[in-house]
Design a protein. Structure first.
Length: 267
């Protein structure tokens, strides 16, 4: 599933391409919205909230928000009118066209339309967004409070909970825990201070901000060798040379693969 910085860049691209323009095509290819007609709507803005995308529209029928989520396989493509699509047409879930650009959302995991005044009905459960505008101490404190509410679950599982803090995916969780020297199975209540829960949130914020402007994510500071442990199972640790371990964590049916160095992140 894309990390929060990837979704942030997607929102920025959609915002730059569509905002201020009028929809000449508005094709919502999901059964519950197949008859909705938004042609003529003015695009007000697109923003991200964690891993959610919110495109606001002003139409004669009211102010609407198109809520989409990429999930595992989704992506938005921006094309010139008439340009050949890069993925099969049957994978398209949303097509938004203006006089200058066509935005196609392929294999989107969520497509919903809600009144803009009711946006909280679809994203109100999301925790503080690490890339939200004006991120500050109050946001961090709220994220810490939510994380500490589940003291017995593993620190890896807690960081992935978007209702606690929004934007951290599997890759960043693995890298944050390596950089803080924490085994991913550590119960959250046993996270030592430092780094403490606030230190984990602060590091997550720094990493996402560092990467949000570039398509190639890196946590090592070296784009040629971008990751410390993520997706490096069986390879030597870049710090100590120990073989990187790989395993699954989380409740049955919702396991997530993670990576760690058993020497740098001792149990």
């Amino acid at each position: 599933m894309p990390e929060g910085d990837t979704v942030w860049r997607t929102a920025r691209s959609l915002h730059r391409a569509l905002t201020g323009r009028v929809l000449e095509v508005a094709d919502l290819r999901v059964p519950q919205l197949a008859t909705v007609d938004l042609v003529g709507a003015h695009v007000v803005r697109t923003r991200s909230r964690g891993k959610h995308l919110l495109t606001r529209l002003r139409h004669d029928s009211g102010d609407w928000t198109l809520h989409t989520h990429l999930r595992m396989e989704g992506s938005w493509h921006l094309l010139r009118p008439g340009q050949r699509w890069g993925r099969p047409a049957h994978q398209a879930r949303v097509v938004l066209g203006t006089d200058a650009v066509t935005a196609v959302g392929f294999s989107l995991g969520v497509v919903e339309l809600v009144a803009t005044a009711d946006e909280d009905s679809v994203v109100g459960h999301v925790g503080p967004d690490l890339l939200g505008p004006g991120w500050g101490e109050a946001d961090r404190d709220e994220a810490v409070r939510r994380l500490r509410a589940g003291p017995e679950r593993s620190v890896h599982e807690a960081l992935l909970d978007q209702t606690c803090v929004a934007g951290i995916g599997n890759m960043y969780a693995a890298e944050i825990l390596f950089l803080r020297g924490l085994d991913p199975t550590t119960p959250f209540s046993q996270v030592p201070d430092p780094p403490g829960s606030a230190g984990l949130v602060d590091l997550g914020h720094r990493l996402l901000v560092m990467n949000k402007e570039r398509a190639t994510q890196a946590t090592t500071g070296d784009l040629r060798r971008p990751m410390w442990v993520y997706a490096r199972g069986g390879q030597p640790c870049r710090r100590c040379g120990t073989r990187i371990e790989v395993g699954e964590l989380g409740p049955a049916g919702r396991e997530r693969i993670t990576f760690w160095c058993p020497r740098c992140q001792p149990r």
